[in-house]
Design a protein around this ligand. Structure first.
Ligand code: C2E
Ligand code: CA
Ligand code: CA
Length: 669
């Protein structure tokens, strides 16, 4: 064999007796297994040593039968204590390696010590005692190989340091029994060493595969953590998203049910956000959303003692889950704080945004018995707040519940209603403020339901919108209204209400145009009334519809003016002919300076923009006089007439001209 080969074989063999230095995971696993097994090894060693020493007391000199075994047992005892103490300690890789190395080399003196002691005792014993030494050494070395299996190098050192002298010693005694024992021990040790190699290789493989498994698990965990985070986070505001909200809600609900405590859901909707998006662009809109979300989150985090979970549900809608017992007053307090924060000015390069928010709350167990129903109740409270208490907080109540029921009934009956027989048209005069002559009529729908009696359009028009029936309804009403209006004198106009859905439909208002064309009524005698809500709903579509109507020659009025939020910006961007000031300002115009000032500034605005101003809901002479002084152009209201059936109009106009002409005649006379 060449020298180089021999060298490399020797190096490989030497490696077998060393602790592996390049595999910290393996050494750590060895150390762990070791600290459990080493005390057992010492137990075997000490108990066997005592058994042998006992046999030799009074046979061998005291130093051999008591002092040396005592010292060896004490040394073994100390090592046992040391190992037992290792179990609870946290060690570095380097520390573990150096300890294992020490242990490895310590097997050499310990093995040699016990072997030397056994051989020293041997000559003093009789045949029985001598075989006990042979038995003691053989059993102990096998036990050592077994317990040292995790540290192959140490097991090999012990095997060599004990077994080589053992076999040589007992073969040399010439005693057949002892020679047989020596050969037997040699074979058994050989087999044990083979098992040791196999076991050690499997152990090292196991450690390696466990390591890669752990690494894989860690990687998978990190990936799924990130996926979880992304799946539950709103990308714009970095708030929990809709999905997270519903998970949170369902777990809070289950918990509340189990513990018999209350839980509330809140839905927040920003008021006046859409115009910000429309007017200033989406990047400004995004920044406003982020800022509003941040402020609401701050309120939620600082709220107590209840825990408030907060999420963005989408668009300008946010959700709240209030966990823990609470009173309605707590919810109102939370709503007020959120409202106050949202209203504060936003730092934009553009003007003041005028943002506010409406909030709807519903609580378990008062309002609903499932988390889905609870959310619906909160949604309904929000809807109610937006319609009646804009910018405020509304809590779901039994009155609202009754309203929901009746809404459901209205929707169901409307689905099977026959528009041509059940829905009537009535007409209310719009009067010239100065001359008091009727300038036109606004047509209003009335539903006479066989089951419900007379249903207000304020109830069934929104119901028709919800169930998707508004467009056929509008078309049917327009056909009939035009047929009636065609019979009127030429100077009398028709005002017709359009819903947001008519104005903002994807296919536009073409069906209405063709109805007008077929009717034979000149478009210049028709005004379409469009609410601000319709305009804010989808400004671009509304603008297109208005342009089409104007191109045809129709007039366009902005209805219910003053109840929306972004009024002014729309007025000057749309080609409007008239503005109808909402009747809520008129009722107390003579008692409330605020209402008076609002109407005054609105009439002033109409004047500046050369748009005619119509005031609705005028019920008294005093109101009329004030409005005339303020320069209103047209008046509509019970003071002149309540809405009337189409066939009453002829009479009404005749009486009017008789009255006015009579008055004129008196003045002339
Ligand atoms: P609106 O367009 O603002 O119509 C004016 C409402 O005020 C009418 O209520 C009218 O009867 C009422 N009103 C008129 N003068 C006075 C007054 O002096 N005092 C008081 N307290 N009220 C007065 P109505 O007919 O119940 O209609 C309610 C709303 O329903 C309408 O408000 C309109 O938005 C909607 N609507 C009515 N008919 C139609 C329709 O054919 N199509 C659409 N899309 N909406 C309609
Ligand atoms: Ca109207
Ligand atoms: Ca109105």
């Amino acid at each position: 064999m060449p020298i180089a080969d021999l060298k490399s074989h020797l190096a490989a063999a030497a490696q077998l007796f060393r602790v592996p230095a390049d595999n910290p995971d393996l050494t750590r696993a060895q150390f762990d297994a070791f600290s459990k097994q080493i005390p057992l090894l010492y137990f075997i060693l000490i108990s066997s040593t005592i058994a042998v020493a006992y046999t030799y007391v009074n046979v061998a000199p005291d130093w051999l039968s008591m002092i040396v075994p005592g010292a060896l047992a004490a040394l073994a005892g100390l090592r046992t204590v040391w190992w037992l103490r290792q179990r609870r300690r946290v060690r570095s890789d380097a520390d573990i390696l150096s300890n294992l190395r020490a242990t490895n080399w310590l097997t050499l003196p310990i093995g040699a010590g016990f072997t030397a002691w056994s051989f020293a005792l041997y000559p003093y014993g009789d045949a029985f005692a001598k075989s006990q030494v042979a038995f003691y050494m053989a059993v102990t070395v096998i036990a050592c190989i077994f317990t040292l299996m995790h540290l192959r190098s140490a097991a090999l050192i012990v095997t060599l340091i004990v077994n080589v002298p053992y076999v040589l010693f007992f073969l040399s005694t010439g005693e057949p029994t002892l020679k047989a024992i020596a050969v037997n021990n040699l074979l058994v040790s050989g087999a044990m060493v083979t098992v040791l190699f196999i076991y050690y290789r499997d152990f090292a493989d196991l450690v390696a595969s466990r390591k890669s498994l752990l690494a894989q698990q860690a990687a998978t965990q990190a990936l799924s953590d990130e996926n979880f985070r992304l799946a539950n986070l709103d990308s714009l505001t970095e708030l929990p998203n809709r999905r997270r909200f519903f998970a949170e809600l369902s777990s809070a609900f289950t918990d509340a049910e189990r513990r018999h405590v209350r839980v509330a859901v809140g839905i927040i909707d920003l008021d006046g956000f859409k115009p910000i998006n429309d007017n200033y662009g989406h990047s400004v809109g995004d920044r406003v959303l982020i800022e509003a979300g941040r402020r609401i989150r701050e309120v939620c985090e600082g709220f107590g003692p209840q825990r408030v979970e907060f999420a963005r549900l989408g668009g300008d809608e946010f959700g709240l889950v209030v966990c823990g017992d609470h009173e309605d007053t707590d919810l109102l307090r939370l709503g007020e704080r959120i409202g106050a924060q949202v209203k504060l000015p936003y730092q934009l390069d553009t003007a003041h945004t005028g943002l506010s928010c409406s909030i709807g709350f519903a609580s378990f167990p008062d309002s609903a018995t499932s988390s889905e129903a609870l959310y619906e109740c909160a949604d309904y409270s929000l809807y109610h707040a937006k319609r009646h208490l804009r910018g405020r907080t509304m809590i779901f109540s039994s009155e609202l519940e009754a309203e929901i029921r009746s809404r459901g009934v209205i929707e169901n009956l409307l689905r099977i209603a026959d528009f041509s027989t059940e829905i009537d048209l009535v007409f209310q005069p719009i009067v010239d403020a100065m001359s008091e002559h009727t300038a036109g009529f606004e047509v209003l729908a009335r539903w006479r339901s066989a089951r419900l009696g007379l249903v207000s359009p304020a109830d069934f028009i929104p119901a028709a919108e919800r169930i998707g029936l508004i467009r056929p309804l509008t078309q049917a009403l327009l056909v009939r209204a035009l047929a009636t209006a065609r019979t009127w004198p030429d100077h009398i106009r028709l005002s017709f209400n359009l819903s947001a859905h008519d104005v903002c439909a994807a296919e536009g208002i073409l069906p209405l145009i063709s109805i007008i064309e077929k009717s034979g009524m000149p478009p210049r005698r028709i005004d379409f009334e469009i609410t601000e809500t319709a305009v804010t709903f989808d400004f671009v579509r509304a603008q297109q519809s208005i342009a089409t109507l104007k191109a045809m020659g129709c007039g366009v009025s902005l209805d219910d003016f003053g109840t929306g939020y972004s009024s002014l910006s729309h007025v000057h961007r749309l080609p409007l002919d008239k503005i109808k000031i909402d009747r809520s300002f008129v009722s107390d115009i003579n008692d409330n300076p605020v209402s008076y000032k609002i109407i005054k500034s609105l009439t002033g605005l109409c004047d500046d923009m050369e748009i005619a101003c119509v005031v609705e809901g005028v019920e008294t002479r005093a109101q009329l006089d004030t409005l005339r002084r303020l320069g209103c152009d047209y008046i509509q209201g019970y003071y002149f007439a309540k809405p009337m059936p189409g066939d009453a109009i002829g009479d009404y106009l005749a009486k009017e001209s008789a009255r006015l002409d009579g008055a004129g005649a008196k003045v002339v006379a």
